[in-house]
Ligand binder design. Structure first.
Ligand code: NAD
Length: 413
């Protein structure tokens, strides 16, 4: 992953929006800094009896508009700078789609592929106990992110509930349905990606029929599956081990079955193997980077041959690459809009947990598509009116909304 560090990149995007909005300088300074940074040590006794110590984080960027909200990432190369950037992006994301949450992110610098299920459970419970005083349904609500899933959310919910003495489903979202998860949440980010991709293609008058997706986890798989269901040919998908390409199109469900059996999309029968770098330069209508940040940089932006890049991942395109793509006429649908279906679905889950009244999956999907389509239209019309990129339009909307609330609530010194 090249380019600047992620936090510098997030600050750069914010500063550009602040200068166009002519915000008071002090407000921009407030928004640049997370409200709270928590760093904890997470000791773990391995199954073989040895003790290892990992570093965990929770960064709470801003809660002007509602409780902090954001995923938990387990990745060996996780850094504080990355978590700070991801937390800030969550603040803007919630504001773009108009849901009453602030932004946070957390995680542990750990390679989950080296842990047993029992070790993963112990690590999750210890991490939860370390951040226990800072989370809660009214305070800060974690969710899944890279290399965490519904199973991990269940352990967080259980550990938190054990500490307070009663079940608290609303402390995390993305839980298994059996313990208060919402049917539809699992696919929500991908559904949002597919919804805005289709809306963008239509509004921009692009005839889009084929796509490539980098990353075949929660976001990548569901984006590919829903685009496929909408009639798109999925020419290529990839994971951390590499990619596969098939001119006549891949069936995402069959690829998932293969990945579950063999641990990777690689080796899928009838497909040609390609590198992640090659996937990014394929001639496709829609490219969905859905793995990690900073994969399209100044170094390879000229090689992108898609009509449109829809950011399933957070921060996959650096600001320098953004400029190159814009000059080359490649439309970028920004992360804070494109992948906001996840947090929108999380909001629906949280609302249901707090009401104790559960929706059908059909209602969940309809409400989600409504929020995503409305948000896309708001961003698109602002971009059109002010002749700016979709990213800048999304930032202007988001930062304006957060700054307005800050102004109404005032600065408590
Ligand atoms: P995940 O763990 O389910 O999947 C990640 C996928 O990326 C895996 O297939 C993995 O093999 C692949 N990957 C890892 N390193 C890679 C590399 N170097 N090159 C190519 N592929 C690589 O994670 P996820 O939840 O799907 O998250 C993916 C991205 O989407 C992240 O940027 C995350 O922050 C963002 N996101 C997730 C959600 C959500 O609801 N899960 C919501 C919004 C945004």
């Amino acid at each position: 992953m090249g380019g600047n560090n992620s936090y510098e990149m997030a600050v750069r995007q914010l500063t550009e929006a602040c200068s166009l909005l002519e915000l008071e300088r002090g407000i921009c300074e407030v928004l640049k800094q997370p409200q709270r940074v928590i760093e904890v040590s997470v000791p773990l006794r391995l199954d073989n009896g040895e003790i290892r110590v990992f570093t965990g984080y929770r960064v709470q960027h801003n809660n002007a508009r509602g409780p902090f909200k954001g995923g938990i990432r387990y990745h060996p190369e996780l850094t504080l700078s990355e978590v700070k950037a991801l937390a800030m992006w969550m603040t803007w994301k919630c504001a773009v789609v108009g849901i009453p949450f602030g932004g946070a992110k957390g995680g542990v610098a750990v390679n989950v592929k080296e842990l047993s299920q029992a070790e993963l459970e112990r690590l999750t419970r210890t991490y939860t106990s370390r951040i226990m005083d800072f989370i809660g349904p009214e305070r800060d609500i974690p969710a899944p992110d890279v290399y965490t899933n519904a199973r991990v959310m269940a352990w967080i919910m259980d550990t938190y509930s054990a500490h307070v003495g009663y079940p608290v489903p609303a402390v995390v979202t993305g839980k298994p349905v059996e313990i208060g998860g919402a049917p539809g949440r699992e696919a929500a980010t991908g559904r949002g990606v597919a919804t805005v991709a289709r809306a963008a293609a239509e509004r921009l008058g692009l005839s889009c029929r084929c796509a490539a997706v980098q990353g075949f986890g929660n976001v990548g798989y569901h984006s590919a599956k829903l685009l496929h269901e909408a009639g798109y040919r999925i020419l290529a998908v990839s994971d951390s081990k590499g990619g596969i390409f098939c001119e006549s199109g891949l069936k995402p469900e069959a690829v998932l079955e293969h990945k579950l059996k063999h641990g990777s999309v690689m080796g899928f029968p009838g497909a040609k193997e390609i590198t992640n770098e090659e996937l990014l330069s394929l001639e496709v209508d829609i490219l969905v980077p859905a793995a990690l940040e900073r994969v399209i940089t100044r170094r390879n932006a000229d090689d992108v041959n898609a009509k449109m890049v829809v950011e399933g991942a957070n921060g996959p395109v650096t600001p320098s690459a953004d400029r190159i793509l814009e000059e080359r006429g490649v439309v970028v649908v920004p992360d804070i809009l494109a992948n906001a279906g996840g947090v929108t679905g999380s909001y629906f889950e949280w609302v249901q947990n707090r009401n104790g009244f559960y929706w059908s999956e059909e209602r969940f999907n309809t409400e989600l598509e409504r929020v995503m389509s409305r948000s896309f239209e708001e961003v698109f019309s602002r971009a059109e009116r002010e002749e700016i990129s979709l990213r800048l339009a999304a930032y202007l909307l988001a930062v304006e909304r957060v700054a307005k609330v800050r102004e109404l609530r005032g600065i408590y010194e």
